[in-house]
Write a protein that binds this ligand. Structure first.
Ligand SMILES: [Zn+2]
Length: 241
């Protein structure tokens, strides 16, 4: 899971993993692309849906990260076209969108997105989701092309051995208690239990007696005003506070 700094790393130095980042906003593309490049990813960027489709078909990235609102062709259409092409149909797709109402989330999943994250989305959160999806697709591949799983909240048994290693690294880091927006474990994407809208992450509180017995609570706000929610990393329970 997420560590301070990129937790997504390629399998080997000579075979870089390749991500396609699609967003009409150059600052957003740069933010995600730079973070992934720090993790030794190769990153291609596209500013609109047609450019993204052309690049995906030509280069077959390991993962596609796209906004839904794109000039020319929407992110939903992009997802569908990628899914229906035999050369790109199995590439994991993460939708990162400012359109994070329940209907939009369902529409993105129906179009073929493996995961949907709401903006504002920290690069660390995105990297953790990339890690989760690639870990899972690797597991599925070894089982001989099992059907693609639909998106579900992050669970420990979805996490590949590679990210367990990353988790162990995080445990070795100095134990820092207090409030932070860059916690040792990336906050998961969550929806409001009352209205199903994507919750907005605000901050985390890291506590516990030592690095080995660390506790982390992530605080989220419902954009529709249902209230503030607290997610406890250790128990993976969400409650209103
Ligand atoms: Zn709500």
């Amino acid at each position: 899971m997420g560590v301070t700094g990129p937790s997504v790393t390629p399998d080997s130095a000579h075979n870089l993993l390749f991500a396609l980042v699609v967003d009409r906003d150059a600052d957003t593309r740069t933010m995600y692309a730079e973070y992934l490049r720090l993790g030794a990813w190769q990153v291609e960027e596209a500013a609109d849906g047609r450019e993204a489709l052309a690049k995906a078909l030509a280069a077959r990235p390991d993962i596609v990260i796209t906004e839904t609102r794109l000039p020319g062709m929407s992110g939903y259409d992009l997802c569908q076209l990628l899914r229906h092409d035999v050369s790109t149909g199995s590439i994991p797709i993460i939708v990162v969108t400012a359109d994070a109402f329940a209907g939009d989330l369902a529409r993105a999943r129906a179009a073929g997105a493996d995961a949907v994250l709401a903006k504002p989305c920290l690069p660390e959160t995105l990297a953790a989701e990339v890690q989760r999806l690639l870990g899972r697709s690797r597991v599925l591949n070894t089982k001989g092309g099992a059907p693609r799983a639909v998106d579900s909240p992050t669970r420990a048994d979805d996490v590949a051995p590679r990210s367990r290693a990353a988790h162990n690294i995080s445990l070795k880091r100095a134990h820092k208690r207090g409030n932070t927006t860059e916690p040792p474990v990336a906050p998961p994407p969550l929806v409001c239990p009352d209205c199903d809208r994507a919750l907005t992450y605000h901050r985390s509180h890291v506590g516990g007696v030592s690095t080995k017995h660390q506790e982390q609570w992530d605080y989220f706000e419902c954009p529709a005003g249902c209230g503030t929610f607290q997610y406890r990393t250790r128990t993976r329970k969400l409650k209103k506070v």
